[in-house]
Design a protein around this ligand. Structure first.
Ligand code: HEC
Ligand code: HEC
Length: 288
């Protein structure tokens, strides 16, 4: 054809013969390397079609010569991970609390697992990280109602506190002193309680209250007011209050006490989960 021979005067290159408004298109071929790469990718895709699942059929699909199946691969890996987890859980189940704490790997596994259990089951009442809130004790400090050793914590979590559904629950009831003492006596003993933690109170009333305390309260809260863990009676001399430190709150607790309830977790959590969450709580900062 005529235009094949036509050359561009400036570059000396052939033109395609296409012309727009006097501008002619140069016939610049694709670079060789590009063309080879292009054919190579096509060849590669054909190999890929044959080796791997590719073409859909009516009800199934062409599975490929390699029989590759990502869903199966995922399931296998998942199973392997589960088996590994199960092996750890077996070790937790078979080991004592002290053994778990002494083995760094097992301890790490247990406290990580315990953290998950805690977030799912305990944080709603005890706060994230066991920080506690009004009416719900902090589990991250070293002030314990019922005890902060690993065994104490596990027992508390397993059987709960004042949970009527568990016969082995931790039990104790502070009496309602509105039935036993006059309002004046309640005010006096409240003044004494406030003085124990160094809060402002009427010294005369506190002196009268001290005698009442020895009679009515020391059996549970101790002669010095530092609490007795066997009955979950709090230390009244520190700055940590479950139900508030104001004179009104203290008088209300004496007259008509609250009885904090913590659900029992035996039966709701697996044996491993109970141990793991006890280990986690113990490691929050206050463990004994
Ligand atoms: C429905 C609210 C609630 C939930 C959920 C709950 N707790 Fe408690 N927990 C309490 C209350 C209330 C107390 C304090 C009981 C008392 O007054 O003696 C308590 C006390 C405790 C104590 C004793 C603290 C001490 O000072 O001796 C531990 C340990 C504890 N909880 C751990 C847990 C763990 C672990 C979980 C999750 C598996 C959990 N709790 C879930 C309400 C709850
Ligand atoms: C039978 C045991 C018992 C007796 C007796 C008793 N308490 Fe208590 N007291 C407890 C228990 C248990 C608690 C914690 C209740 C809870 O955890 O829900 C408590 C809680 C308190 C609290 C709340 C502390 C806080 O951190 O908010 C105050 C205040 C208190 N008692 C004062 C007294 C005074 C004053 C008397 C005597 C007039 C008295 N208690 C007698 C068992 C007793």
């Amino acid at each position: 054809m005529a235009h094949e021979a036509e050359r561009d005067p400036v570059t000396g290159q052939q033109t395609t013969g296409h012309e727009w408004d006097g501008i002619k298109e140069l016939n610049t071929p694709l670079p060789r390397w590009w063309v080879y790469l292009f054919w190579a990718t096509i060849a590669w895709s054909v190999v890929w079609w044959i080796l791997y699942p590719s073409w859909p059929w009516l009800t199934t699909y062409y599975p490929g010569l390699l029989g590759s199946n990502q869903r199966l691969e995922f399931a296998e890996r998942w199973q392997a991970a589960e088996a590994e987890r199960a092996a750890w859980l077996d070790r937790i189940r078979e080991s004592g609390l002290a053994e778990i704490s002494a083995d760094p790997e097992l301890f790490t596994f247990a406290s990580r697992g315990g953290e998950v259990v805690f977030k799912e089951n305990c944080a709603a009442c005890h706060g994230l990280g066991g920080a506690g809130q009004r009416n719900y004790p902090s589990l991250a400090d070293d002030d314990w109602l019922w005890g902060g050793k690993l065994e104490d914590i596990l027992l508390t979590v397993r059987h709960g506190i004042r949970d009527p559904s568990d016969p082995d629950t931790r039990e104790s009831r502070m009496p309602a002193f509105a039935d036993l003492l006059t309002p004046e006596e309640i005010a006096d003993v409240a003044s004494y309680v406030l003085s124990l933690s160094g809060q402002a109170s009427d010294p005369e009333a506190a002196r009268r209250g001290a005698a009442l305390f020895a009679e009515q309260c020391a059996a549970c809260h101790g002669d010095d007011g530092r609490g007795i863990r066997e009955v979950g009676a709090p230390d009244l001399t520190d700055a940590i209050w479950l139900y508030g430190s104001s004179p009104e709150a203290v008088r209300a607790q004496i007259a008509d006490p609250r009885h904090g309830v913590m659900p029992a977790w035996a039966g709701r959590l697996s044996e491993e989960a109970l141990k793991m969450v006890a280990i986690y709580v113990h490691a929050l900062g206050g463990g004994e």
